[in-house]
Design a protein around this ligand. Sequence first.
Ligand code: HEC
Length: 301
Amino acid sequence: MRKFPSWIRVPVVFFIIFGAVEYFIDSGEQPAFIEYPAVLLFLLLVLLILIAIEAIVGALENVMLHKLDEEAKARFLAEKENAFKLTWLQDTYQKLLGQKPIEQEGEIILDHNYDGIKELDNNLPPWWVYSFYISIVFAAVYLLRFHVFDGYSQADELETELADARIAIEEYKKTAKDLVDINTVTLLTDAGDLTAGKTIFQTNCVACHMADGGGGIGPNLTDEHWILGGGIKNVFKTVSEGGRSGKGMIAWKAQLKPSEMAQVASYVLSFQGTTPANPKAPEGDIWVEENNETTDNVVTD
Ligand code: HEC
C-alpha cells in the first residue's frame, strides 16, 4: 500500500469502507447514508481518521528522514522516486497531444519572426485527427443509411416510441386495476371478480340490501327500477359517492378501493332479473341502457 501516494490510498480505503457499509446495511431503496444520518456521521469520521493517519505517518517519515545519515537518506528518497507514478496516464496524454517536448522545439520552429513572435509547426494533435477520421466514416455511413437506402425517419421513430408507450400503458393498466373511475369502469364478468364482489357485498352491504339484494333499509337491487340510475357507471358512482344525503347509503370510496367498488358494483348488477325472497317494492324509474350495442332495447330520442 505504501507504494501508492496518499491521494490514492485515502479515497480507495474510504470507498472500500463505504461500499461495505452500503452492502451490509439494509436501507431499502435509499442509500444507507441518506436513510440513516448516523451512517453519514460514521463515514465522515472514517474519512477524518484516514486523513489523520496519513498526516501522522507523513510526519513520522519526516522525523525519521532527519535522523538518517546522508547515504540512507539518498536511498530512501530514491525508493520514494520509484514509487507509483501515473506514468501510463501521462504517457498516453502526451501521445494524444502529439506535441514535441520543449527541448526539441528547435526542429519545428518556422523561420518567420514577427517582432519576436515565432511560430511552431506542431503536428495536429492525434486525438483531433482520429476524431475527424471517425466523423468522416460516420458521415458516410449515415448518408448511405438514411439518404440513399431510406432508413427510418423521425416520424417513424416517433411512431415506434408512441406504440411502445401505448403497450406500456396497457401493461400498467393491467397491473393497476385501481385506476378505474366513474368514466372508465366497465361491467366485470370474470367469475373471480364476481366472487370478490360477492364477498365485499356480504361484508358491507347485506345489512341494508339483504344477501339476495331484495332490499330492506336500502332499495331492492334486483328489479330494473333505480333511484340513482342503473348501469355499471351509475351503480359504481352510487357506491363510490353514496346516495342522497340522509338516506343511509354512505360513500364507500373511503373504505373500498376503486377495483373493489367495480367488483361489488358488477356483483350488484348480477342480481338483475333474479327473484329475491322478500322483494321490496320497486323505487325509482325503470332504467334503460342507452347507446349500448349489447342490449336490444336501445332508446333513441
Ligand atoms: C346503512 C345501510 C346501507 C348499507 C350498509 C349499504 N347501502 Fe346501499 N343503499 C342504502 C340506501 C338507504 C339507499 C338509497 C339511497 C337513496 O335513496 O339515495 C341505497 C342505495 C344503493 C344503491 C342504488 C340503488 C338505486 O335504486 O339507485 C346501490 C347500487 C347500493 N345502495 C349498493 C350498495 C352496496 C354495493 C353496498 C355495500 C358496499 C351498500 N349499498 C351498502 C343503504 C345502504
